[in-house]
Design a protein around this ligand. Structure first.
Ligand code: 4YA
Ligand code: UDP
Ligand code: MN
Length: 344
């Protein structure tokens, strides 16, 4: 019986080769998969709801229509202008050559915290920034970490500078996140005015995945939260307790912005960070903390100090999110992380 079985089995080399082919096939699948996840530009056109297209205007030199029917509706974020006429930056709404010429002397800072376990995100963040962030412009990275000596420097193009700064490692992740505002109040007052014109502030657990250039520069710039861009304002996750300095009353507020990417002129970020830092301190004295920490304070500030430019969710995306069919370019992507593990 045993002998018969053995004869029916294929030769050993055949089994090994089949296994090898299978493993290569699996590896191929995985590579294809990352390719799909990090695909830069979605090819199929964006289909807008009929109701929106019915009342809209075709703009010359702009691939997106001006929607006339979005005010105070949940589709406001799909437009190219806010109600106060701040541009909402989507693919096809700007001429990058004109803007690059305007900004040929502009100095840009990129501010980022990489504290405790988040140091692991820093190199991919910086390497992707070298590939996609303000390519061809003068860039200074302001990196704040508790592990200055562990930082691995990326290969950097000419005109780009890496500054490493020491920062305290707070125990709670919420405090690390909020300390960014305090740090900004110091640097935007003392050092940055001498070194840069515009500052961009970002989360480190992200990678640039497509062009992010001077089209994002403006006096005060914020990004629409990619999970809430089709929500009614009632559903925005503002801080709703009047006792908090981050309080936003119902009926107020235009967009819910995400603190993973915002920026502006250095003096504007000085004012913004002062207001948010003060709010955080006031809350601490009352022994409370806003629902989404500094993001709540940022949102409150932006209700009363409207951004002059708004970035669409093309500028912060997470591949796990719904409604991706509205997002042609996924320019700045959240890196998947085990929240519990990295925050401990
Ligand atoms: C962050 O988002 C991350 O913690 C999440 O891992 C994710 O990257 C998200 O950003 C985009 O209401 C597919 C995940 C769906 C999560 C949607 C909700 C959270 O929204 C909050 C405000 C804060 O902005 C959080 O930072 C954000 O979560
Ligand atoms: N951060 C850090 N170390 C920490 C916690 C937070 O450096 O232990 C910084 C880091 O830049 C991070 C940002 O604070 O990207 C915001 O925190 P997180 O990304 O965890 O918030 P989420 O985007 O998940 O809401
Ligand atoms: Mn993050």
């Amino acid at each position: 019986m045993h002998g018969t079985w053995k004869k029916m089995l294929p030769p050993r080399s055949y089994v090994i080769w089949t296994l090898v082919v299978f493993i290569v096939f699996l590896a191929g699948l995985c590579i294809q998969n990352t390719d799909r996840v990090f695909q830069a530009k979605q090819e199929q056109p964006i289909v807008f709801p009929d109701r929106l297209v019915e009342k809209s205007i075709e703009l010359e030199h702009c691939e997106r229509k001006l929607l006339l029917n979005t005010v105070k509706k949940r589709t406001m974020a799909l437009n190219v202008l806010s109600t106060w006429l701040a541009p909402i930056i989507w693919d096809g709404t700007y001429d990058i050559n004109v803007l690059n010429n305007q900004h040929n002397e502009t100095r840009i800072g990129l501010f980022v915290f990489a504290v405790k376990k988040y140091i692991r995100f820093l190199l991919p963040f910086l390497e992707s920034a070298e590939r996609y962030f303000m390519v061809g412009h003068k860039v200074t990275y302001y990196v704040f970490t508790d592990k200055v000596n562990d930082v691995v420097k990326p290969k950097m193009a000419e005109g780009r500078i890496l500054q490493l700064h020491d920062v305290a490692a707070d125990q709670r992740w919420q405090d690390v996140s909020m300390r960014r505002m305090e740090t900004l109040t110091v640097f935007t007052k003392e050092r940055m005015p001498k070194e840069i014109d515009y500052l961009v502030c970002a989360d480190v657990d992200m990678v640039f995945n497509d062009h992010v250039g001077v089209e994002i520069l403006g006096d005060l710039v914020a990004t629409i939260h990619p999970a809430l861009f089709l929500f009614e304002p009632e559903g925005f996750t503002y801080e709703r307790r009047p006792i908090s300095a981050a309080y936003v009353p119902h009926g107020q507020g235009d967009f819910y912005y995400m603190a993973a990417l915002y920026g502006g002129k250095v003096d504007e970020i000085y004012k913004l960070s002062m207001a948010c830092h003060k709010g955080i301190e006031e809350d601490k004295k009352k022994d409370i903390e806003a629902l989404w920490q500094e993001e709540s304070h940022l949102n409150r500030y932006l209700v009363y100090n409207k951004p002059t430019k708004i970035l669409s969710p093309e500028y912060i995306w997470d591949t796990d999110l719904p409604n991706g069919e509205f997002i042609k370019r996924k320019r700045f992507l959240a890196v998947r992380k085990n929240h519990q593990e990295v925050r401990n």
